[in-house]
Design a protein around this ligand. Structure first.
Ligand code: NDP
Ligand code: 13P
Length: 366
């Protein structure tokens, strides 16, 4: 059986069912796995299928898999989008991992570890690419760090950028970033996903790219809240710009490259998530701004909004690291410390004067 672990340069040609090895094309291409049958997993599975790949879309719920098999649609998470015939909805994770070498992981951050730990041995030597934009509670680990811990013999990367699942599925022109220290992995992911409407850039800053995707969710909650409260465009612009300053300041403190935050996975993803009512984190913020409790806002959404958990762990980590993050502290105070919005706004606006662009310098944590 031919696999990605074969020796020599290996290229998966886009829009072709052929695998190229050392200049020869072969037809027994291994399928690609997408783990997680939510909106993003489904959208990425369709992209891969459009490029000529056989895809195993793994999900835990047999009823949802059956619905996809019968109706060629994911009615719960991506209603109205036709799922291509090359996407096979499956529920046997062991068989999926045995069949595939390249695996995209689109599970919620709360589930990734528990789903994959029982299969740790099977992950050895595979290419594992996390699509998940979250941080593990208690450990503050990013998803690729968890993958690395579970499967030290695997090759690890992340994919992140301004990538609303529905827009990808509807073929809005979209760009993203694959990030890994493993250049060959980046190239393989680019070739597998690059297509007519989806462009994939590469980066070696896996930590920065992944952190950007996780952090921006918190600010999207704030942006949604601001819109629900009828705040203007000046406010939105101030929020996004100061959010970028704050997240970059934190990321630099943690060892990321600040330049990454000027790219698609930094400011790009921050803009789309803070501007679009299609973002689930924005929707949670909007509901909070309408007066719903956090619990009701999350229940009404019924989908993953990673920013809520990220807020909790980020507030604690920023405190521990001594990084100034007033927006994170303010949202945390409203959601978990019983402060009112008015109190927090007053505190933020009347804080001591600061310098504008201060966050690139590792010494200027103000
Ligand atoms: N949607 C988007 O636009 C984008 C999402 N992402 C990231 O992708 C990740 C997944 O989000 P998304 O696809 O949107 O999520 P959705 O809310 O659309 O779907 C969640 C999926 O996760 C499954 N799931 C939940 N818990 C478990 C578990 N314990 N074991 C197995 N499967 C589980 C759900 O299955 P079930 O129905 O059985 O509960 C469902 O298939 C998130 O980290 C998100 O930040 C990244 C970029 C864009
Ligand atoms: O990450 C996303 C867009 O890039 C999706 O954001 P939400 O999880 O808030 O929907």
């Amino acid at each position: 059986m031919l696999g990605l672990a074969a020796t020599g340069p290996l290229r998966i040609m886009p829009a072709s069912p052929l695998v190229w090895i050392n200049g020869l094309h072969m037809t027994d291409q291994r399928p690609i796995a997408v783990l997680g049958g939510g909106s993003f997993g489904t959208a990425v599975a369709n992209l891969l299928a459009e490029n000529g790949h056989q895809v195993r879309l793994w999900m835990r719920d047999p009823e949802q898999a059956e619905a996809i098999r019968v109706n060629r649609e994911n009615p719960r998470y991506l209603k109205g989008i036709k799922i291509l015939p090359a996407v096979e909805a499956v529920t046997d994770l062991q068989a999926t991992l045995e069949a595939c070498d390249l695996c995209f992981v689109a599970l919620p951050s709360s589930a990734l570890r528990s789903v994959l730990v029982p299969h740790a041995e099977r992950l050895s030597g595979k290419l594992l690419v996390s699509l998940t934009k979250g941080i593990e509670a208690h450990t503050f680990k990013l998803m690729s760090e968890i993958l690395e811990e579970i499967a030290p013999q695997a090759r690890i990367g992340v994919l992140s950028g301004p990538n609303l699942a529905r827009e990808i599925a509807e073929h809005a022109l979209t760009a993203t970033v694959v990030a890994s220290e493993d250049e060959a992995l980046c190239q393989q992911v680019q070739e597998a996903l690059h297509g007519r409407t989806f462009r994939v850039y590469a980066s070696a800053d896996r930590f920065g790219v992944e952190l950007g995707g996780a952090l921006k969710n918190v600010y999207a909650i704030i942006a949604g809240m601001a819109v629900a409260l009828g705040m203007g465009e000046n406010t939105k612009s101030m929020l996004i710009t100061r959010a970028l300053a704050e997240m970059t300041r934190f990321a630099v403190n943690q060892g990321a490259n600040p330049m990454t935050f000027l790219g698609l996975a930094g400011v790009g993803d921050l803009i789309v998530t803070c501007s679009s009512p299609k973002s689930r984190n924005y929707q949670v913020g909007f509901a909070l701004g309408q007066g719903l409790s956090l619990e009701d806002a999350v229940t009404r959404l019924g989908e993953v909004a990673e920013g809520v958990n990220t807020l909790k762990v980020l507030k604690a980590k920023a405190h521990e690291a001594g990084v100034y993050m007033p927006l994170v502290a303010g949202l945390h105070a409203i959601l978990f410390e019983g402060r009112t919005l008015e109190q927090v706004i007053a505190l933020l606006m009347r804080g001591e004067p600061k310098t504008d662009v201060d966050f690139i310098s590792t010494s200027g944590f103000n």
